[in-house]
Every structure is written in C-alpha cells, then in structure tokens.
Design a binder for this molecule. Structure first.
Ligand code: C2E
Ligand code: MG
Ligand code: MG
Ligand code: MG
Length: 286
C-alpha cells in the first residue's frame, strides 16, 4: 500500500530517525526493567551539587539524578527524564529520588555532615499534576523519618502554568506540610510576574542564561532585577551555573543569597560531597 511504502521510504532516507526510535525503546525498556526489578540502586544514583551563601557558608545542595545504563553507560537526564514523563515512569522514578534523598540526609545527620541543611530535589510537572502527589510525598517523607523542611522541591514554571489553580493548591498543601519550595530555571519561561506573589515560594533559582550574561562590558544585566524582585516578595535568590569569579562577585554585589555552579563544585557523588565539605571548611577557616 502507498501509505506503508511511504513509511518505508521515510525510513530509507532518514536512518537517524530510526536509530533515535530504537534508542528510545532501549532506554524505555531499561528504565522499566530497573524500576520493576528493583535494581534502581545498581544503575541510578544521586549526585550532589553544593550551594553556598555570599559568605561561603554551606546553604544546601541539589540532588541530580544519574543513570549508568549497563550497556550504554551514562545517560543524560535530558534524555531519560522526558522519556520517564511520556511513559508515566516518572512517578516511580521521582519516588525513588525522594527515598534516596532521605537516606542520604539521614546518613549525613548521623555523620554530622551538612547539619540541618536542605537538600533540593527536582520535581517534574507530571509529578506535581498527579492528584495524590502531595499526600503521598508527606507520607513518604514521614515514613523515612525526615522533616519536610529538609527537602526543597524544585519546580519549573511550566509545571505551574499548565494548571495554575491546581498547582497553587498543591503548593500550598506542600508548604503547609513544611516543605521548602523553589522555582527552578527562573526567567526563561513564560513569566507573567504577577503569578509569583500567589505562590508560597522560598527560593527563586536564576537560570544559568542570566548568569552567563554576567561578564565585563555586558551592560544592564537582568540578574540584578530578578534578585531585587525576589527580595521584594520575601523570596531568596539562588543563582545556578556560576562558572567564573567575575560572576560570583557580580552576584554577591547584587545581593544574591545563594550560589551554585561549577566554580563552587560540579555535581559529585556522596563521597565527593563529603570531601568537598571537608576541603571547603578548611578553606573558609584559613
Ligand atoms: P536543573 O535542575 O536546572 O539542574 C541544573 C543543571 O545544570 C544540572 O544538569 C547541573 O549539572 C548543571 N550545572 C550545574 N552547574 C553548572 C555550571 O556551572 N555550568 C553548566 N553549564 N551547567 C551546570 P544535569 O544534572 O544534567 O540535569 C539536567 C536537568 O535534568 C536538571 O536541570 C533537571 O531539570 C533534570 N533533572 C535532574 N535530576 C532530576 C530528577 O531527579 N528529577 C527530575 N524530574 N528532573 C531531574
Ligand atoms: Mg534543579
Ligand atoms: Mg535549574
Ligand atoms: Mg537548568
């Protein structure tokens, strides 16, 4: 049939598309298998990227998910998170991330590390939109023996704007339960600024795009406006993607509350985080 022939023709002329589709399927199977066989711990891990204040004190850390596929090696979150969202596996994956985050917090408390600091986890729009998300998270964290205030939930603007009223209600529920809430990648989304004052946010994370603008001779950087606006709303500003000393100094002068980026540390394993903390404390004292 013409239609089938057409499809075959597309395949012949665009082999990369087919490869893409094959890779997708391999990744989807791998993700599903890891989740179903409860083998998450052997392939997935959280890495941690420290956040510091302008004074260099530890503010907290962000947990970033890493997947080591048995055959393919490291798969970037940009590849597997959208796949997990499209397949509905994001709920199980997100739940694993929270369990793991709580386990690390308990171990750090036990070892006197990052005491009382908050660990940020990324939450996908699809998770937030689930009708039982808040109630399940509250129960899960309670069961894990971790105070909700020890977790900062990082959400993106797109997660809020799809169903603003629903998201607002869920965020109020989460805030009332004690979770800290951060708006991730701020400034690159749809930003009707008026919605910000209706949300119980603790942190605005300034997107890397505004931080990379900070270089000598680049006039009128927007990062300063975002910081001032956050402060007017009683919200902390944390900059992501801080890579240079110039950026760090500029952000400090603008009154930015938190700094995160390769200049401070790349995302590192639990062991790497402990080493960084020890070295960093040494550097602060000397
Ligand atoms: P994000 O939440 O905005 O995380 C920041 C990303 O920027 C991370 O990429 C981090 O490694 C990278 N980064 C940090 N500092 C610098 C810097 O100085 N320069 C540059 N160029 N990059 C920097 P990563 O780990 O590849 O994660 C990408 C995205 O994947 C995250 O963006 C987040 O949206 C998503 N993601 C990661 N882990 C999870 C998770 O557990 N659940 C969900 N739903 N999404 C996740
Ligand atoms: Mg984030
Ligand atoms: Mg971000
Ligand atoms: Mg980002």
């Amino acid at each position: 049939r013409a239609k089938a022939a057409g499809r075959n023709t597309v395949r012949v002329f665009l082999p990369p598309m087919q490869q893409e589709a094959d890779l997708r399927l391999i990744l989807e199977r791998g993700l599903r298998a890891a989740l179903e066989q409860d083998r998450m711990g052997t392939q997935f891990a959280l890495h941690f990227q420290p956040q510091i204040t302008a004074d260099g004190e530890l503010l907290g850390a962000e947990a970033l998910l890493r997947w080591h596929h048995p055959q393919l090696g490291e798969v970037a979150p940009e590849k597997f998170i959208p796949l997990a969202e499209e397949t509905g596996l994001i709920h199980a994956l997100g739940s694993w991330v929270v369990d793991e985050a709580c386990a690390h917090l308990r171990a750090w408390d036990r070892d006197g590390i990052a005491h009382g600091k908050s660990l940020a986890v990324n939450v996908s729009a699809w998770q937030l939109a689930h009708p039982h998300y808040a109630a399940r998270l509250v129960a899960q964290v309670h069961e894990a023996g971790v105070a909700p205030a020890r977790l900062t939930l990082e959400l993106t603007e797109s997660a809020l704007l799809q169903d603003f009223d629903g998201a607002q209600a869920t965020l109020r529920q989460l805030a009332a339960a004690g979770f800290r809430l951060a708006l991730d990648d701020f400034g690159v989304g749809y930003s009707s600024l008026s919605y910000l004052q209706h949300l119980p946010l603790d942190v605005i994370k300034i997107d890397r795009a505004f931080v990379s603008e900070l270089q000598a001779d680049a006039g009128n950087p927007l990062a300063g406006f975002i910081i001032d606006m956050a402060h007017r709303l009683g919200i902390m500003a944390v900059a992501e993607g801080v890579e240079t000393v110039y950026q760090r100094q500029a952000l400090e002068q603008m009154g930015c509350d938190g700094l995160q980026g390769y200049l401070i540390s790349r995302p590192v394993s639990d062991a790497g985080f402990r080493h960084w903390l020890a070295d960093h404390r040494q550097a602060l004292l000397s």
